[in-house]
Design a protein around this ligand. Structure first.
Ligand code: NAP
Length: 510
């Protein structure tokens, strides 16, 4: 049965359970799609195979979408390659106007997209609404940036030559995205790609294809020409073969990937065979440092935002919370109070701040990380166990301390609602520990000492720093990491650079 066919069942079941069904209020049911999107047509997999999309809050099947393979992906790449031949010659203004129309439709349908996102990703509805606003912001931003892709005229060293550099679109961009931000990870890439004059093939995560398809539907309604945006859906078991086509096809000029570091490294290698432009947004291990001069209330508020948002499943989530010795107990006590105020449950229910983890693998991983720490002597201040009474994928918001480097929580990206608190003595010591990982995405610190703020901001080995601030992403700012957290930047005017190359023109004359 397709997605739409399943919905009445889902809705009826939810009503009887007396809680608000996530898809109940969708006015525009055409947004809930059960086919993939290639050449502005809704298409099945050539094999006819499908895979299920489920609600992580309760395991209910929301519907099926096509499980596409190598042939389907090659077909989508061909279509994008053909579409590029005309799209690259559109004017900046034409692309800007189309992106603006897409943005307007995304805004008109923001509640529906948030409901779809909550249903398939489990994130609380208020957070889904926040993500949709953030995601739409990239289309808004790049509709403006499309008209501001400048070139350069340089002073020639000779009398008989004039020299100029212009930017040109790279070609077809392959966009592979994760489940934790089902809308924003797509618009952050596709907005920049389209603005630059590229066409794209999007492969969303297995867990969250419905949000991607809803956005593609609105792109077509906005008048974005056929073949410019294509969405290839596939299950986890086909991700590698689909990814290989996107990374090795000579018709694809660039890959932009957001996801885990391991998969990112694999794709980076695969892209070498055709020397593609590569942009990677990979995993993080963000330090969250609270110095003794900090405003503790603000630091706790920041920690809640950046540790427990999306149930800790964001690449910029605080991974280890370092607190200066003199204020350690006070900070942990205040954090405990704040965490007690979080509410675990189905993201579609009112007041819920902590939804389920995305899938069984993620739930098992978080459980094992905490068990490993406890077995090796960590102290649990709050939580520490699955919230099994809610369902298989829920985990109690957790605070632990007394951790050391022998424990997995100390070294690995947790990606769950577990705050690991570690005391430190000096600025030197905490910087050495914070920088001792191969990750370098985001870092946060709280301090009211101006000299310290400058020192620490410069010395943290990360691409983004939150200073007395726990939420730092915005379309206007450059998002990205250093070390093994990635290559390239998304958002800001730098985002366009990933999808354009510099062409040098030399004019000879008498
Ligand atoms: P993931 O397993 O790397 O998956 C990301 C995407 O890659 C999904 O679409 C996935 O498809 C696909 N994929 C998996 N294996 C592939 C392969 N062999 N070839 C081609 N594609 C493949 O990551 P995740 O678990 O979904 O996301 C969590 C990770 O992403 C975390 O480490 C987090 O830090 C990172 N992340 C980084 C950022 C950032 O901007 N830096 C943002 C969000 C998340 P399937 O879903 O079908 O497996």
């Amino acid at each position: 049965m397709n997605v739409i066919g399943k919905l009445p069942f889902v809705i009826a079941t939810r009503f009887s359970q007396k809680y608000r069904p996530p898809l109940q209020q969708i006015r525009n049911m055409s947004l809930v799609r059960s086919l993939a999107f290639v050449n502005n047509q809704w298409v099945p997999a050539s094999s006819g195979e499908t895979f299920e999309v489920t609600n992580p809050a309760n395991g209910q099947v929301l519907g099926q979408v096509p499980d596409m393979d190598v042939d389907d992906t090659e077909q989508a790449v061909n279509v994008a390659f053909e579409a590029f031949k005309t799209w690259e010659h559109t004017t900046a203004k034409e692309r800007s106007v189309l992106l603006r129309k897409w943005y307007n439709l995304l805004e008109d349908n923001k509640d529906e997209i948030a409901q779809i996102m909550t249903a398939e990703s489990g994130k609380p509805l208020s957070e889904a609404a926040g993500e949709v606003a953030y995601a739409n912001g990239f289309i808004d931003w790049f509709s403006e940036e499309a008209r501001r892709i400048p070139g350069e005229i340089v002073a020639s060293p000779t009398q008989t030559k004039e020299m100029m550099m212009i930017r040109r679109p790279i070609g077809v961009a392959a966009l592979i995205t994760p489940w934790n931000f089902p809308a924003a990870m797509i618009t952050r890439k596709a907005g920049a790609a389209l603005a630059a004059g590229c066409t794209c093939v999007i492969k969303p995560a297995e867990d969250t294809p419905l949000t991607a398809l809803a956005m593609a539907d609105l792109a077509a309604k906005a008048g974005i020409p056929k073949g410019v945006i294509n969405v290839v859906t596939c299950s986890r078991k086909k991700a590698a073969e689909v990814g290989r086509v996107l990374c090795t096809s000579p018709q694809v000029a660039g890959l932009s990937f957001t996801g885990s570091t391991n998969v990112g490294k694999l794709l980076y290698e695969q892209c070498a065979s055709t020397v593609k432009r590569v942009s990677l947004e990979l995993g993080g291990n963000a330090p969250f440092i609270v110095f003794e001069s900090a405003d503790l209330e603000a630091a706790v508020k920041g920690a809640i935002a950046c540790k427990f948002r999306n149930c800790g499943q964001t690449c910029v989530s605080a991974n280890r919370l370092f607190v200066q010795e003199s204020i350690f107990n006070q900070f942990v006590a205040k954090l405990e109070e704040a965490v007690k105020g979080l509410k675990v449950g189905d993201g579609a229910a009112a007041g819920v701040t902590q939804g389920p983890l995305i899938n069984d693998a993620q739930a098992t991983k978080v459980k094992q990380l905490v068990e490993d720490a406890v077995k090796k002597g960590a102290k649990v201040h709050l939580g520490g166990k699955p919230a099994s009474e809610m369902g298989a994928r829920y985990f109690q918001p957790t605070i632990i301390s007394d951790v050391d480097h022998s424990m997995r929580v100390y070294n690995e990206e947790i990606f769950g609602p577990v705050a690991v608190c570690i005391p430190f003595k000096s600025e030197e010591e905490v910087l050495a520990i914070a920088n001792s990982t191969r990750s370098g995405l985001a870092g946060y610190f709280y301090s009211n000492n101006l000299s310290q703020i400058w020192r620490v901001a410069k010395r943290l080995e990360v691409g983004m720093v939150g200073i007395n601030e726990g939420l730092l992403s915005a379309p206007e700012a450059a998002f990205g990491g250093i070390k093994e957290s990635g290559i390239g930047r998304e958002g800001s005017h730098y985002g366009i650079e990933e999808y354009s190359y510099i062409k040098y023109l030399c004019f000879g004359h008498d």
